[in-house]
Design a protein around this ligand. Structure first.
Ligand SMILES: CC(C)(COP(=O)(O)OP(=O)(O)OC[C@H]1O[C@@H](n2cnc3c(N)ncnc32)[C@H](O)[C@@H]1OP(=O)(O)O)[C@@H](O)C(=O)NCCC(=O)NCCS
Length: 246
C-alpha cells in the first residue's frame, strides 16, 4: 500500500467470534515513517529512534499504527490509550479486552485482532536458512522427527512453517520464547488449519490458554503472499479467520 493512502484507509471492524488479520505491504519505508506519526505515541517513536536500521524502526511504527487503527475500529473509539506490555513483552491496550498481536518481516507487517480470545500472529519472509537442521534441536520430538526425515530441499521451507506456527501459539499465550519450544507440538505438514497437535501447558501462559486442549484453539496459515509464511493462532474454538491485505 502507498504510505500516503494509509490515512484514508478504513480499518475493517472485527466481528465477535472472528480473528481479523490485516497485512500491510510497506512499499516505501521512508514514506511510512511520517505517515505513522498520527497513529503512534511519542514513546513508540522514541523506541523506534533507537533502532540502528531505519527499516526496523518503520516496521515497529507501522505495526503499532496498524494495531491502533484496528483497535479504534473494533472499539468505536477514536482515542486509544498508549499500549502497555505484559511481563513477557506482549503489547496490550489497557482500555479494552480486545486482544491483538503484531508481527513484521522484511516489508510485511501483520496485525491479528480478536474480541473474544487471545491471539498470536507470526510472519517470516521465506529465505535460505542454512542452520535449519541445528535449529530443530529446540523443537518438540515429533516435530524434530518429521523435519529430519525431509530431503534437504524441503527442510528450510518446512522449518519456517513449523516456526511461524509455534511463534503464533506463543504470542497468543503472551509468553514468547519464555515457554520452551519443545513443550508443545504443531503439525509440520501443509494443511492450512487445525495444526496444533498439543498445546502449551506452562503456568506462565495466559490463564485461558494454559489448560486448553488443541480443539479449544483455532489455528490457520494465511496464504496471502507466496514470499512469506504467516500463521495465526487464537485460544478459542472454531473462530472464523478474516484476512485483508493492503
Ligand atoms: C518477540 C517474539 C515473541 C517474536 O519475535 P520475532 O518473531 O522476532 O518478531 P515479530 O516481528 O514476529 O514480533 C515482534 C512483535 O511481537 C510482539 N511481542 C513481543 N513480545 C511478545 C510476547 N511475549 N507475546 C506476544 N507478542 C509479543 C511485539 O508487538 C513485537 O513488535 P513491537 O515491539 O514492534 O510491537 C519472540 O518470540 C522472539 O524473540 N523470537 C525470536 C525469533 C527468532 O529467533 N527467529 C529466528 C528463527 S526463524
Amino acid at each position: 500500500m502507498l504510505a500516503r493512502l494509509f490515512c484514508q484507509w478504513s480499518a475493517p471492524e472485527a466481528e465477535a467470534g472472528a480473528i481479523l488479520c490485516v497485512g500491510l505491504h510497506l512499499e516505501d519505508m521512508a514514506a511510512w515513517a511520517s505517515q505513522c506519526v498520527p497513529y503512534t505515541t511519542e514513546h513508540e517513536r522514541r523506541e523506534a529512534s533507537r533502532f540502528a536500521q531505519m527499516a526496523d524502526a518503520v516496521r515497529h511504527l507501522a505495526g503499532r499504527a496498524l494495531a491502533r487503527r484496528m483497535l479504534c475500529a473494533a472499539t468505536g473509539q477514536n482515542n486509544i490509550a498508549p499500549f502497555a506490555r505484559s511481563p513477557y513483552g506482549k503489547p496490550f491496550c489497557p482500555q479494552t479486552n480486545t486482544d491483538f498481536s503484531i508481527s513484521h518481516s522484511a516489508d510485511m507487517v501483520w496485525v491479528a485482532l480478536c474480541r473474544t480470545a487471545t491471539v498470536g500472529i507470526d510472519v517470516e519472509q521465506l529465505r535460505a536458512l542454512p542452520d535449519a537442521a541445528d535449529l530443530t534441536d529446540q523443537l518438540h520430538p515429533q516435530e524434530r522427527q518429521a523435519l529430519r526425515a525431509l530431503p534437504d530441499n524441503e527442510l528450510e521451507r518446512t522449518f519456517l512453517r513449523c516456526w511461524t506456527r509455534k511463534e503464533a501459539v506463543l504470542k497468543a499465550c503472551g509468553t514468547g520464547l519464555n515457554t520452551p519450544l519443545h513443550s508443545f507440538c504443531v503439525n509440520t505438514g501443509q494443511q492450512q488449519d487445525n495444526w496444533i497437535l498439543s498445546a502449551p501447558v506452562a503456568d506462565a501462559c495466559a490463564p485461558q490458554c494454559a489448560a486448553a486442549s488443541p480443539d479449544q484453539w483455532t489455528s490457520h496459515d494465511i496464504a496471502a503472499n507466496a514470499a512469506y509464511q504467516c500463521s495465526v493462532a487464537a485460544c478459542g474454538p472454531r473462530l472464523e479467520v478474516i484476512v485483508r491485505v493492503m
